[in-house]
Design a protein around this ligand. Sequence first.
Ligand code: AMP
Ligand code: MG
Length: 442
Amino acid sequence: MLLGSRVWRSYALPVDHEAGRRTVERHQRAVREAVCAGLKAPRRSTVQLTGLLAVQRPGVGKAPRFLTADAVAVINLPGFDNSQMDGYAVRAADLANATPSDPVELPVGAPVPAGTQPPPLTPGTAAPVMTGAPIPDGADAVIKIEEADPPAFPEPGMAATVRFSAPVAPGTFVRRAGSDVAAGDVVVPAGTRLGPAQLGVLVAAGVTEVEVAEPPHVLLISTGSELVAAGEPLGPAQLYDANGAALTAALAEVGCRVTHRVVPDDPAALRAALAEPPDDVALVVTSGGVSAGAYEVVRQTLADAWFGHVAVQPGGPQGLGTIALRDPTAPRDVPLVAFPGNPVSALVSFELFLRPVLAEATGAVPAHRPRGRAPLAEAIDSPEHLHQVRRGRLDADGRVEMVGGPGSHLLAHLAMATLLVHVPPGVAHLDAGDDVDYWEIR
Ligand code: AMP
Ligand code: MG
């Protein structure tokens, strides 16, 4: 363990270990700078509350919604004075002289179930009232049934009396109209995330429309002539578009709305997809076509973007640029983040470079994964000049064991892992028992 700490700490500084490679930290900063501007002022829209509550549209996922304007209660909450107990609605003045030895005996009036508007209370009577039911006009307190004599309601329609052996303060067990929030008051302020309690109270307070921030709309493009959409028949040398599914889910989890397209390794096709993005696109993310092969469609298409290597494994080849949207009314540049195509590379790239920025912008999830440090269960090797990200999990003794090797195609292993294990640049070998830092990804 001591040895591990020494190895880790002495090499943890971000430095370019090989000419031409960006450090992870440097690329993180570059992505943050490129992406943040477009996310700072999210679009606002006024939406029907019923629409928010309805099943979310595909691609929207569980994007959290934040109010951008105060929501004002339309009605009082509670909407009318009502009983906090099953008991008797009375006029407190009628019980002023009640004592255990000399109880006050009142005739029992018609019972008041929830959902019915009762007639006014006849002075000198007690009306059975159920929890939540309106307090009859003229009544100003409720005595719970357990404190009445007898402590049970008479059969409805039967003439009966009830005795009370103590006075009651006016207002006892009466939930006043507007005591939670009054009509016209702010019920949920701007900036609040709409969770269960907020959605519940908006409905309760009669609000029908709210103004919310639109989740950032991300155009996700899977590139590769070999790709086949999920569920379609698979031909020879073809493979399913795992990145489309994985990155859509990853983006949705951090509060983005996703439009996903698949394009072959043909610059004209990628240009066409980029020429008609969704109107409100805030970010373009691509997978594949950024490395050194012969058919690197993203690289070939985006002449002005930065393409290079980051000193990380997996996820070395990366791209970063902008797309100029020629909307005549509002021309603007939209950032484009290009990830490599190997599925583990794409997801690890997302974790390192995009997830923190998007999470911070949307507030959907904490910006950072929960982090930890624990001793390795086994020895591992790592390319000395790279920040290696391995997939792992904690064993029964709390030690970090690897799940699969370092290969960037091992998506099933990533799916079984619970940790991303970080081996910093400068470290070529760690022994069992050496400490490693990890991020919890599940
Ligand atoms: P590329 O970065 O385009 O060179 O792709 C690297 C590797 O990832 C190749 O084996 C591709 O077939 C694979 N790949 C690229 N895109 C995807 C995708 N969307 N889903 C699954 N595998 C992919
Ligand atoms: Mg490709």
